[in-house]
Design a protein around this ligand. Structure first.
Ligand SMILES: Cc1cc2nc3c(=O)[nH]c(=O)nc-3n(C[C@H](O)[C@H](O)[C@H](O)COP(=O)(O)OP(=O)(O)OC[C@H]3O[C@@H](n4cnc5c(N)ncnc54)[C@H](O)[C@@H]3O)c2cc1C
Length: 622
């Protein structure tokens, strides 16, 4: 037997999902083997070198709060940080970082190499080994069989990957990397359903060939934030991004390439991400728009390569090149790599339990892009959850499932498993019905206690959360008691166009006004500044949000508790929905297929109506 160990968890693929899965399972004490095709591309960012963004930034913070690594690695390797949506309410604030692509991958590899319990093997996995409907290992191209108690598949865009550039098409999992064959075919034989999706990426150019004076500079935040709740380094120096636009000339050249477009000529069959369309798709669909925004993003500290965000294309490379050079600032652009589209296999995620274990084969988990999602953040959080659950299962522990009211991660997995997806699924704040509760500022309060109980989040993290909780309570109390005299504040209130006060008023009442925030209030009131001096900035921010939005948050908590009543109603075992004639035909079919684990889950399956839920309640004895 070759280099044989009895692994607890074998992770296939070292993308964002695979890295988090391996790190989580190993940090919880599992013996892990990470098998990946190419150890030089561990944690490769296939598309843009950026982490976070709207709703995605919240996910990275949740991963961090649970004890995952993506936030720490992003903090260590970012070149720019911005908090998006600052002008909106705190539920919409979303951290986003521009990363150094090479440093990001390097830091992940370093992290994994320093994680006890992770072994590596570089090779393509061609299939899984199954005995009695349970996975017991994987097979590789060299014919090696590795045995493991559980397997997490995270093959990303590699399964039967097919790359398109104009009329050219060739097999590959990503530019310059081989695709993966065998796994889909075997899983189909085992009874899995597979589908096809598509995604694309823009060309990369030489930054030295661009004229930035013709573009708008987009600087990072003056006081850059971070993703991790731990003491990761703060950014002292940042690299700017730039904004420019396509124009009529660019559009005309791109249109010349339409007859060779794999998308418009029907060679691409898979559905692509609706919210990340190619530039040809944009000019075709929005023909009345005379320009589209292009974000010019550096790929790192020490490279001249630049990512042309907004110009994703699978048109012939010469068309991409000619069109690019008509963009302001790109007149002399030299292209390093053309944009391309890729089609790949995915497995409709309704075939999974909420733990990401497959319903067909025990101890087999799927995570990341193969579940029909798109994005590093979506992949990373699934990897984390699959790694945790694989570890728990092989150690006889309880499944770890996050509720929709607890985390975006809970929303994502619940959506995937109950509703499935036929186009690449990305997270939006609008997908979360309790988004007021799921903020980037409180992911640690929501999730670190859970991560700590799992044995994943460290004692240090937990101590910080306790301290933040305690300080937040103290500050909230202080703000409710701190009295302000009219003469202390009315001058400033008049200045900012807010109504003056006629009598002594508590700080909390002023904070509830839309144009008053705590730092500004403290600047005007030296007494308040003094009282708040002992507290940490994150506790001050938390307390401000809690008192400012107290009544909204209370309502949201009540709403979440009501929904939870259905969630607590566990459906034991497999029910024979065919024997429930009062259910609608569609509900019977969907319930049979998805086999929900709670009444709440059943209620969210599309096609299961409130009337069907009532039937189930009666049947289950309620
Ligand atoms: C061209 C392109 C464009 C994209 N555009 C966007 C975009 O615009 N927006 C967006 O949000 N996301 C985009 N993505 C998606 C983003 O890259 C993925 O969502 C993310 O990387 C998925 O992470 P993952 O861990 O699931 O898989 P990946 O990052 O794809 O990692 C898969 C890993 O598995 C390994 N592997 C695969 N098969 C095997 C095997 N059989 N044996 C061993 N190892 C194997 C690979 O080597 C790799 O390490 C794009 C991806 C590509 C390729």
């Amino acid at each position: 037997m070759f280099q044989q160990e009895d692994y607890d968890v074998i992770v296939v693929g070292a993308g964002h999902a695979g890295c988090e899965a391996a790190a989580a399972a190993a940090n919880m004490g599992s013996k892990v083997l990470l098998v990946t095709m190419n150890m030089n591309t561990i944690a490769q960012m296939s598309c843009n070198p950026a982490m976070g963004g709207v709703a995605k930034g919240q996910i990275v913070r949740e991963v961090d709060a649970l004890g995952g690594q993506s936030g720490i690695i992003t903090d260590k390797t970012m070149i720019q940080f911005r908090m998006l949506n600052r002008s909106k309410g705190p539920a919409m604030w979303s951290p986003r970082a521009q990363s150094d692509r090479m440093r990001f991958a390097e830091e992940w590899r370093l992290t994994l190499e320093q994680t006890l319990n992770v072994d590596f093997w570089q090779e393509a996995v061609t299939g899984i080994v199954v005995e009695n409907d349970t996975v017991v290992g994987v097979k590789t191209a060299l014919g090696i069989e590795f045995r493991g108690k559980s397997v997490v598949l995270t093959n990303g865009t590699f399964l039967n990957g097919l790359i398109h550039i104009g009329e050219k098409q060739f097999g590959g999992g990503r530019a310059a990397e081989k695709g993966s064959t065998g796994i889909t075919e075997q899983l189909k034989e085992l009874g899995f359903e597979a589908g096809r999706m598509k995604t694309g990426t823009p060309p990369r150019v030489d930054g030295r060939s661009l004229d930035y004076s013709k573009m708008e500079e987009q600087a990072g935040d003056a006081e850059p934030g971070k993703f991790s709740y731990l003491d990761t380094p703060s950014l002292v120096k940042q690299r700017p991004c730039y904004i420019t636009y396509t124009n009529a000339e660019v559009h005309e050249i791109l249109k010349e390439g339409f007859e060779k477009s794999p998308m418009f000529q029907g060679r691409i069959k898979g559905l692509g991400p609706r919210y990340c369309p190619s530039v040809e798709d944009k000019i075709n669909r929005f023909a009345d728009k005379d320009r589209h925004q292009i974000f010019v993003e550096p790929e790192g500290w020490s490279t001249v390569e630049v990512y042309v965000n907004g110009f994703s294309s699978s048109l012939p490379e010469d068309v991409q090149y000619r069109a690019l050079r008509k963009i302001a600032g790109f007149e002399n652009a030299k292209m390093f790599r053309p944009g391309y589209a890729i089609e790949y296999d995915f497995f409709p995620p309704t075939q999974l339990h909420l733990t990401l274990e497959t319903k067909l084969i025990q101890n087999l988990y799927f995570a990341g892009q193969i579940n029909g999602t798109t994005g590093y953040e979506e992949a990373a959080c699934q990897g984390l959850m699959a790694g945790i659950n694989a570890h728990n299962k092989v150690h006889g522990k309880q499944p770890f499932i996050l509720k929709r009211s607890e985390a975006y991660i809970g929303v994502l997995i619940d959506d995937l498993v109950n509703k499935g997806t036929d186009e690449p699924y990305r997270m939006f704040t609008s997908r979360a019905e309790h988004r007021l509760l799921l903020r980037q500022d409180n992911a640690d309060l929501r999730l670190t206690p859970l991560g700590h109980a799992l044995g994943l989040a460290s004692d240090e993290r937990m101590d910080r959360v306790r301290e933040k909780e305690q300080q937040t309570q103290e500050i909230a109390k202080l703000l409710k008691n701190f009295a302000i005299e009219p003469q202390e504040i009315n001058g400033w209130l008049t200045e900012i166009g807010s109504a003056v006060i006629s009598e002594k008023t508590r700080a909390v009442n002023l904070l509830r006004r839309p144009n008053v925030d705590l730092p500004a209030l403290a600047r005007v009131l030296p007494g308040l500044t003094l009282a708040l001096a002992p507290y940490r900035p994150e506790a001050l921010e938390q307390a401000e949000i809690l008192v400012k939005y107290e009544s909204y948050l209370e309502k949201e908590h009540q709403q979440a508790a009501r929904v939870q009543e259905l969630e607590n109603f566990v459906i034991q075992g497999r029910l024979d929905y065919r024997a429930m004639p009062a259910l609608s035909h569609e509900a019977r079919e969907k319930l049979l297929k998805i086999q929900p684990e709670t009444l709440g889950q059943a209620s969210r399956i599309s096609g299961v109506s409130p009337a069907d839920v009532s039937v189930l309640m009666v049947y289950l004895g309620r």
